[in-house]
Design a protein around this ligand. Structure first.
Ligand code: PMP
Length: 436
C-alpha cells in the first residue's frame, strides 16, 4: 500500500484512538472519554491531516497559537538550529542567548513602561506570576492587606488555583471550586460591543466598587477588549481606559492578560493598543511561540520590579524547571520576527473583512443570538448550546476544523489563511448556524 508520510493504517488509527479513550485525559473531559477524538498525524500550512488522509483547514490555530500556520520553514529552522546547541538548561544562575534575544524583542514590542520579563511555561503560570508580582509588590510596601484583585465577570485566566479565582465565578469553568478559591472582587462584565456608547451607570458602578475596596486591593486584572474562553465577548476601549484611570486613582496595579489577544489577533499588536492604555503587568502566551512550544511570559514595569526587590521578601517567589526553555525562546523570537516582517495588519484586516461578510448574515437565523467579529476573531453565539458532534459533522464536511463550546461557534484562524480559506471557515460556521 502507498501510505504517504505521516499517513496511518486504519488498524493503527483505531488502536491509538481506543487506547486514548481508556487512558489519556483530554481537556475538560471525563475518563474514560465519551467523545471519540480524531487522530491527527501531521499539520502543514493551515491544514491538519487526519489518519484517514482527510485534510482540514484549522480555524482554531491550535487554540489561537499557530498564527503562521504549521511546519513553517523559518520556525522549524529556529528549533532545529537551537536543538543542535542546547535543548534546555536550568535558568537558575545561568542565562543564554535565546532567552536574552527574546526578552530584547518583548521589551521592544510591548507597551513602553514594560521592561522586565519573567518566563513562564504556560499561560496559566504567567497569570499566577502576575498575581504573585502584584501581591509581593504590596507586601513590600508594608501593605499585605492589599491582596485582593478586582476583575470583571465573564473572564478566563487559566486553570490553576490562583487563576481559577479570577475566572467567571458563576458561568465559568471552575465554579465547582468556588468554596476553596481566593475571594476576589467581581464587577459585571463590560457592556458588549466594540462600538457601544459608554454606559455611564456601568462606569459609575465600577468606580464605586474600586473606591469602596481600594484599601484591600492589589490590582485590577482583565483580558483587554476581548474576553476569550469565558464567552468570546468584545467590549469597547472606553472601559479599558476607565480601568486604567481607576487603577491610577487608587494606586492599583493594572494587570492585562494578553495571552489570547496579543500578537495582532484583535487587529492591533496588543489589544490594549485599541485604548492606548499601558498596563503595569502584562501576560503573553499562546501565539508567543507561533504555536510550537509551551512558553508564556509576564512583563512588568521598573516600578513593580523595584518594589518587589526592595521589599523584605526581596526575591520574586517563582522559578519553574523549564523557565526560559531555549527551544521555545528561539522559536518565539523567530515567530515575532516573522510576524513583524509580514504585513500582518493587512492579513488580519482581510480576515476581519471576510469573516464579517461571511458571518453577518447569520444574525437573522432563528438559532442565532449574536454575531461578533474583531480582527482575526469571528463568533456566532447560538441561542441553545451546540451539539459538538453534530456541529463537527457539518464543519468537517466543509473541510474545516473548529471546536464549538457552549453557545459559541467561533474561529481564530492562522493569519496566513487565504481569503478563500477564511471564506470556507465562515461558510462552515454559517452552515452550522443554519442547521439549528
Ligand atoms: N489567559 C487567557 C486569556 C487564555 O485564553 C488562556 C488559555 N485559553 C490562559 C490564560 C491560560 O493559558 P494556558 O492554557 O497556556 O495555561
Amino acid at each position: 500500500t502507498m501510505l504517504s508520510l505521516g499517513r496511518m493504517s486504519p488498524q493503527e488509527a483505531e488502536r491509538i484512538v481506543a487506547f486514548d479513550r481508556e487512558h489519556v485525559w483530554h481537556p475538560y473531559a471525563p475518563m474514560p472519554a465519551t467523545e471519540e477524538p480524531w487522530p491527527v498525524v501531521s499539520a502543514s500550512g493551515v491544514r491538519l491531516t487526519l489518519a484517514d488522509g482527510a485534510e482540514l483547514i484549522d480555524g482554531m490555530s491550535s487554540w489561537w497559537s499557530a498564527i503562521h500556520g504549521y511546519n513553517h520553514p523559518a520556525l522549524n529552522t529556529a528549533v532545529t538550529g537551537q536543538l543542535g546547541k542546547m535543548a534546555h538548561v536550568m535558568f537558575g544562575g545561568l542565562t543564554h542567548p535565546p532567552a536574552v534575544r527574546l526578552a530584547e524583542r518583548l521589551v521592544e514590542i510591548t507597551p513602553e513602561p514594560l521592561t522586565k520579563v519573567f518566563y513562564a511555561d504556560s499561560g496559566s503560570v504567567a497569570v499566577e506570576v502576575a498575581i504573585k508580582m502584584a501581591l509581593q509588590y504590596w507586601m513590600s510596601q508594608g501593605r499585605p492587606e492589599r491582596h485582593r484583585l478586582l476583575t470583571v465577570r465573564g473572564g478566563y485566566h487559566g486553570d490553576t488555583f490562583g487563576d481559577m479565582a479570577l475566572c467567571d465565578p458563576v458561568n465559568g469553568m471552575h465554579h465547582l471550586f468556588s468554596d476553596v478559591l481566593a475571594r476576589h472582587l467581581f464587577a459585571p462584565e463590560p457592556p458588549p460591543g466594540y462600538l457601544a456608547d459608554p454606559d455611564e451607570a456601568y462606569l459609575a458602578g465600577l468606580r464605586a466598587l474600586a473606591a469602596e475596596h481600594a484599601g484591600e486591593l492589589a490590582g485590577i486584572v482583565v483580558e483587554p477588549i476581548v474576553q476569550g474562553a469565558g464567552g468570546m465577548r468584545v467590549y469597547a476601549p472606553e472601559y479599558l481606559r476607565a480601568l486604567r484611570e481607576i487603577a491610577d486613582e487608587h494606586g492599583l496595579l493594572l494587570i492585562l492578560d494578553e495571552i489570547a489577544t496579543g500578537f495582532g489577533r484583535t487587529g492591533e499588536l496588543w489589544a490594549c493598543d485599541h485604548a492606548e492604555v499601558a498596563p503595569d503587568i502584562m501576560c503573553v502566551g499562546k501565539a508567543l511561540t507561533g504555536g510550537y512550544l509551551s512558553m508564556a511570559a509576564t512583563l512588568c514595569t521598573d516600578e513593580v520590579a523595584r518594589g518587589i526587590s526592595e521589599g523584605e521578601a526581596r526575591v520574586l517567589r517563582h522559578g519553574p524547571t523549564y523557565m526560559a526553555n531555549p527551544l521555545a525562546a528561539a522559536v518565539a523570537s523567530a515567530s515575532i520576527d516573522l510576524l513583524l516582517s509580514r504585513d500582518w495588519r493587512d492579513e488580519v484586516d482581510t480576515i476581519e473583512a471576510v469573516l464579517t461578510a461571511g458571518l453577518e448574515g447569520a444574525r437573522d437565523l432563528p438559532g442565532v443570538a449574536d454575531v461578533r467579529v474583531l480582527g482575526a476573531i469571528g463568533v456566532i453565539e447560538t441561542r441553545e448550546p451546540v451539539d459538538v458532534a453534530e456541529a463537527q459533522g457539518i464543519l468537517m464536511a466543509h473541510g474545516v476544523w473548529l471546536r464549538p463550546f457552549g453557545n459559541l461557534v467561533y474561529t481564530m484562524p492562522p493569519y496566513v489563511c487565504t481569503e478563500e480559506e477564511v471564506g470556507r471557515i465562515a461558510d462552515a460556521m454559517y452552515a452550522v448556524a443554519e442547521s439549528l
